[in-house]
Design a binder for this molecule. Structure first.
Ligand code: BG6
Length: 468
């Protein structure tokens, strides 16, 4: 249960709102998790509330999961209103006051501003909120990217801090809202079994592999100025890496978790160009909105090292890219092999590399442990075995929230645990300086492949775990 809320959704007619935010808010309503709430949609479009409600319904029909059939749509539709951003701050303030009055508790309502707008527009929205006096009793959710390098991130944080305090700001990274990402914390810190071996003495290397089959699907202009490193690595992949690598926090409260993540970021070695493979799929340069000799990477693989006692000498390999052979979001931990093999020659024909613990961050998340055992039958032949646990098989229908749903709810409760901080983001940009100043040239790769061949040298003598 949350306090009465007015959610102001900036970019309410945009792509993210259609695909994730409106269907997500509807689902939270259906699950009984969004009571006493009004949602004021706003964007540069000129719409009446009726027109906005119709658009929201179409979005939920297209991107929701059969959610319009349970009779709760009407309840949700009643919660919606719309005001065009071009009508200015006073009209916005008026729309919020009306929504507060509707809730019957003006002056006591908590405001949540969701800035689902491009980075360039975020600052003008923040100024508009200040002019409309919608800052007290308010929290804001900001979307990535949080700057494009250290300088721009510091400038952005400073400007936002002129209006909002850090504890009012929720920088969203939807990978942290995925069930499986949170399961890393549960798995590591609720069990005595693995934490003692979670270090350089037992772990050989770690892979965080997020290949995508998707291309750019109408986002080419955005992507051409962003690239895979800024779009995926400096945000999602590094956040997941921090969950894998952090020390046990003093408690699960947001402050201690952010502190431990920050220590991981600060312990990372700077990212040097020779530890990075950048790729661009054949055909990208021919696309509209792409420069003729574009140097934007649609693929990136990196070797990251964390210079602390737990991880010294254990490489973390990260990979992500567009138009690759398979879509997956997999973290795998390769354990060190036994110091000597005592199995007779020929018995280990089935052995392919080390045993692994794998977290699959797919929506239907899964964890698995693969190890070697004896193949049944005469003699001693080894084979790879696997134990699997699928989260969704034990969850109730409303039990599993999608990442955005979970994170919106957390922001409403004022819980920063799964959000990123200004200091964390600035630390990551600082580590990225050598790469950003001197990026290695992009290498071509064929759509449908696993990226440029150089990725094998990057990870040698180990091998990429995918494809399984
Ligand atoms: C987004 C990136 O943040 O995450 C996209 O901008 C990417 O380029 C997407 O495709 C991946 O998210 P998910 O949840 O589909 O793995």
């Amino acid at each position: 249960m949350t306090a009465p809320h007015v959610i102001v959704l900036f970019g309410a007619t945009g792509d993210l709102a259609k695909r994730k935010l409106l269907p997500g808010l509807l689902r939270l309503t259906q699950a009984g998790l969004l009571t006493d709430t009004r949602i004021v949609g706003t964007s540069l479009e000129q719409l009446t509330t009726e027109e906005f409600v119709a658009k929201a319904r179409a979005a939920c029909a297209e991107f929701g999961k059969g959610q319009l059939d349970d009779g709760k749509w009407e309840i949700f539709a009643e919660m919606l209103s719309f005001v065009s951003q071009s009508e200015g701050p006073h009209a916005l303030a008026e729309a919020v006051r009306k929504a507060e009055a509707d809730l019957g508790a003006p002056g006591e309502v908590q405001l949540l501003h969701y800035l689902s707008v491009p980075p360039k527009a975020a600052l003008s929205v923040i100024r508009q909120l200040a002019e409309a006096r919608l800052v007290d009793r308010a929290r804001i959710i900001m979307e990535k990217p949080f700057g494009t390098d250290l300088e721009s991130a510091v400038a952005l944080n400073n400007e936002v801090h002129e209006v909002f305090d850090e504890d009012q700001i929720f920088r969203i990274d939807h990978f942290l809202g995925k069930e499986a990402a949170q399961n890393i914390l549960a798995f590591r810190f609720a069990n005595g079994l693995f934490e003692p071996i979670w270090n350089r003495n037992f772990i050989q290397h770690v892979q965080i592999d997020v290949p995508e089959t998707l291309g750019l699907e109408g986002r080419t202009a955005f992507y051409e100025t962003t690239g895979a490193f800024r779009d995926m690595v400096v945000t999602h992949l590094f956040q997941v890496l921090a969950f894998m690598a952090m020390e046990p926090p003093t408690s699960l409260a947001p402050g201690p978790i952010s502190d431990e993540k920050l220590k991981v970021f600060r312990s990372m070695k700077t990212i040097e160009p020779h530890d990075v493979v950048r790729g661009q799929y054949n055909g990208y340069r021919g696309k509209e909105e792409v420069a003729e000799y574009s140097d934007t990477e649609t693929f990136i693989a990196l070797r990251i090292e964390i210079d602390n006692w737990r991880w010294a000498g254990v490489p973390f390999f990260l990979r992500t890219g567009k138009k690759l052979a398979e879509g997956a979001r997999v973290i795998s931990i390769a354990f060190k092999e036994p110091p000597l093999s005592m199995f007779p020659a020929g018995s280990n024909a089935g052995m392919q590399g080390p045993d692994h613990l794998t977290f699959d961050l797919a929506d239907q998340s899964r964890m698995s442990l693969s190890f070697y055992g004896k193949r049944p039958g005469p003699g001693m032949q080894l084979e790879k075995l696997s134990m699997q646990f699928a989260t969704h098989e034990t969850a109730s229908a409303v039990g599993v929230l999608e990442a955005y749903e979970r994170l919106i709810l957390d922001a409403m409760k004022g819980d920063h645990t799964l959000f990123t901080t200004a200091a964390g983001i600035e630390a990551l940009w600082e580590k990225s300086i050598p790469l950003l100043q001197n990026p290695p040239p992009v290498r071509a790769y064929a759509p449908g492949s696993w990226g440029p061949n150089a990725i094998h040298q990057l990870i040698a003598p180990h091998a990429w775990r995918l494809p399984f």
